[in-house]
Design a protein. Structure first.
Lengths: 209, 209
DNA sequence: TAGATTGTTAATCGATTAACAATC
DNA sequence: TAGATTGTTAATCGATTAACAATC
């Protein structure tokens, strides 16, 4: 078994993957580390170092074979392993994520949505049904889903998280601007969009002044 | 003028801010660094170190004054400075972001949306009008908007980015899974949701095996 | 060959953590 | 006082960058 990749490396690998997907579409066969680096505005030796993490041989004087590299990244990050998820919150963001078919390329399958609004229950979005939140525990157990994507409002976030805890789901991808209090065995990944925006504007300002 | 904060610090400050907002709502007056650290599952001396970056004095034996700390973070990250933005792409994600009023707390004001679909032009979402993409350059100049939030499909991403370039907008917050080729003076912040998901599932797996 | 690129090492840089005196 | 906390230093850890021999 390969050793774990650092988070930063995983992040960059996903960006390389985006580039490779575009190269394939454009029928480009080879790509070099300086080329990847310049597209992302990072250092070229960093690209080579990242690619050494996943065992992949480039060709001197030529670069890397796009198709091969793309596949190597997909294997390293296990795109192939289906990861079933539920979306909690059938609002705009929940719908957007449910409709975002691109996710399935990355192994993420959204099976259903949940909401506490009875008017939304029973509707369908992109072939995914909206269930009442009270059905979550039962369906999670029967379908063996252990990822919850939280898109409810800040006010409802903790209550929704509690339901997720009771459903014995293991991972929460948290799109709400709330810090959830959950048991240690449940892992939370905070997407924190507003915070992301602040990082973006803050670091951009700095670079320009 | 204070020196620039490292990106990692800015990121954590936004998370602290989320916690402080909840504390205020719960009428909690003081919070200690070990308390913040345990909520986020990080080191407590790191919290203190981050808070030293923004000049803020805690009280021995007590912790930090919630209201004061919250405001200090808001000042450091300039929540108060209005940052006007356009959303390019009036799809589900564009609508979700347009409806996300929480952004305005962070200084982000979405003024309008743009799309190339004539059926969407003229509609309104959360008091924000949808314009045809051809109006972008003119409106950006007149309203002095220099942030574009890109929520179009992967296929349309580069074309949309080109329009943004022509509109002389300075910053793109890119929600599409495309690596944009733009001039150096235009800065891109890749949100890369699918990549974020992979980091989340990858690092979670690692911690549990 | 000349030029471009890889793979990898060593050097640098920055971020995190541990520790503890000072404080209330 | 005893206990909890801050502010800060030093030690550790990890990530990035520079450099270059080897390769085609």
């Amino acid at each position: 078994m390969k050793r774990a990749l650092p988070d930063r490396v995983v992040n960059r690998l996903t960006l390389y993957h985006c580039i490779l997907t575009e190269c394939l579409a454009k029928q480009i066969q080879f790509i070099s580390s300086p080329k990847i680096a310049s597209l992302l505005k990072i250092d070229d030796s960093q690209v080579r170092r990242d690619l050494n993490f996943i065992e992949l041989a480039g060709k001197n004087n030529v670069g890397y074979l796009v198709a091969e590299l793309k596949q190597a990244i997909e294997e390293a990050l296990s795109f192939g392993t289906a990861k079933d998820a539920f979306i909690i919150g059938a609002g705009n963001l929940g719908f957007a994520l449910a409709k975002y078919d691109n996710f399935s390329n990355y192994g993420l399958n959204t099976l259903a949505l949940f909401d506490n609004d009875i008017l939304k229950v029973g509707t369908t979005i992109n072939n995914k049904k909206v269930f009442h939140i009270s059905k979550l525990a039962d369906l999670a157990r029967r379908l063996q889903v252990n990822i919850a994507i939280l898109t409810v409002s800040k006010e409802q976030a903790q209550a929704a998280a509690n339901v997720v805890v009771e459903a014995k789901i293991k991972y929460i991808w948290n799109f709400t601007p709330a810090i959830l209090e959950v048991p240690d065995e449940l892992q939370v990944w905070n997407e924190n969009l507003a915070g992301s925006f602040l990082r973006f504007t803050y670091s951009s300002q700095m670079r320009h002044t």
